[in-house]
Ligand binder design. Structure first.
Ligand SMILES: [Zn+2]
Length: 289
C-alpha cells in the first residue's frame, strides 16, 4: 500500500515570481476548481482515496470545493495559507499563517485536521523550528522534509523512510530512490513528468519490495494542460510546464498498477508498527524502535 497526496493550489502559486506577490493573485485566472474536479474524477475511476493538502487561500475562496473533496471520501489536510517560502518568514508570522489555514479549513469541514505539507517543501535545516509550531497547532504528521537537495528545498541527510522527528511529529517524506549514492526524487509531480513511466514503476516496485510505502504527490495543476503560459525564467518554465500532457496517462497507469490510500488511513493501519525510528533536529538517528 502506498500513500497518495495532492497539493491543492492554483496554477500560479507554483510560479515563484507570481507567488511572491499575493496582491497580484486576483488578476490571474482561477482554475483550481476545474483542475481539482479533474483530479477527483481520475481518483474515482480507480477507486483511490488520497490526502489533499489544501492551501488556506484556496479553501477560503472555494469552501464548496473543500466539502466536495471530503464528500468523495478523501482526507483533508493543509498546505498553509499563503504559500510562501518558510525561510522568508519570521516564526511568529509562520505560526499565524498556518493557524489561519487550519482555522479556515476546520471551520468548513467541522472537524480537526491532522496533516500538513509546507509550501515548496521548505522545511529545511534552517527552518526545522517550524516543527515546534506544527506541534503547537496540534498537527500529528508532516510531509515536508524532502530527503534530497536543490536550490529551494531538501535536507540530503534526512531519512528516506517515514520517521518520528522533534515534538513527536510523524514525518512522511516524499519518496526518493538512492541511485549511485544520491537521493533522487521519484514520486512527485515534476518528477512524474520528467521520468519515463518504466523508471517510475521500477522505483515503486523497488521500494515496495522492501516492505515500504511510496509517499507520492502531485499538484492539481500538474493535470491542467490548458493553464496559461506566463513569462518566467527558463528554469521555472521547465519545472512548471514540462511534459504536462504525459501526467494523466502516467497517473492512470500508476493508479491501476499500484495501490494507494490517504495518509490518515495508512496511519490507522500502521499505527502500532515498529518501523518508525527517530531523527532529531541535530540531524542524526537517535534510536530505533
Ligand atoms: Zn505548493
Amino acid at each position: 500500500m502506498n500513500i497518495l497526496t495532492i497539493d491543492v493550489e492554483d496554477w500560479y502559486h507554483g510560479i515563484i515570481r507570481i507567488n511572491k506577490r499575493p496582491d497580484s493573485w486576483g488578476s490571474y485566472e482561477d482554475r483550481v476548481e476545474s483542475s481539482t474536479f479533474n483530479t477527483l474524477q481520475l481518483l474515482k475511476k480507480s477507486k483511490t482515496k488520497a490526502t489533499f493538502f489544501i492551501l488556506g487561500y484556496v479553501a477560503e475562496r472555494h469552501p464548496g470545493l473543500v466539502l466536495k473533496i471530503k464528500d468523495d471520501g478523501h482526507e483533508i489536510a493543509t498546505h498553509g495559507y499563503q504559500h510562501q517560502f518558510i525561510y522568508t518568514q519570521h516564526p511568529d508570522e509562520y505560526y499565524l499563517d498556518l493557524k489561519k489555514a487550519k482555522d479556515i479549513i476546520e471551520g468548513i469541514i467541522g472537524e480537526e485536521i491532522l496533516g500538513y505539507r509546507a509550501p515548496y517543501f521548505t522545511i529545511t535545516k534552517k527552518t526545522l523550528w517550524a516543527l515546534e509550531k506544527i506541534n503547537d497547532l496540534g498537527f500529528k504528521y508532516d510531509s515536508s522534509i524532502f530527503p534530497t537537495k536543490n536550490n529551494i528545498y531538501g535536507i540530503m541527510s534526512a531519512p528516506r523512510l517515514p520517521y518520528i522527528t522533534d515534538y513527536n511529529i510523524l514525518e512522511y517524506p516524499p519518496t526518493c530512490r538512492k541511485i549511485f549514492g544520491q537521493n533522487i526524487p521519484v514520486s512527485g509531480g515534476f518528477y512524474f513528468r520528467i521520468f519515463p513511466y518504466w523508471f517510475i514503476k521500477s522505483s515503486f516496485r523497488k521500494i515496495n519490495n522492501k516492505g515500504c510505502p511510496v509517499v507520492s504527490y502531485f499538484h492539481t495543476s500538474d493535470l491542467d494542460i490548458e493553464q496559461p503560459k506566463v513569462n518566467c525564467s527558463f528554469f521555472e518554465k521547465f519545472i512548471h510546464y514540462y511534459n504536462l500532457k504525459t501526467m494523466k496517462p502516467k497517473l492512470e497507469k500508476l493508479l491501476t498498477e499500484f495501490q494507494f490510500t490517504s495518509m490518515s488511513k495508512y496511519l490507522k493501519i500502521h499505527e502500532t508498527s515498529k518501523n518508525h525510528y527517530y531523527w532529531s533536529r541535530s540531524g542524526r538517528t537517535v534510536r530505533s524502535i
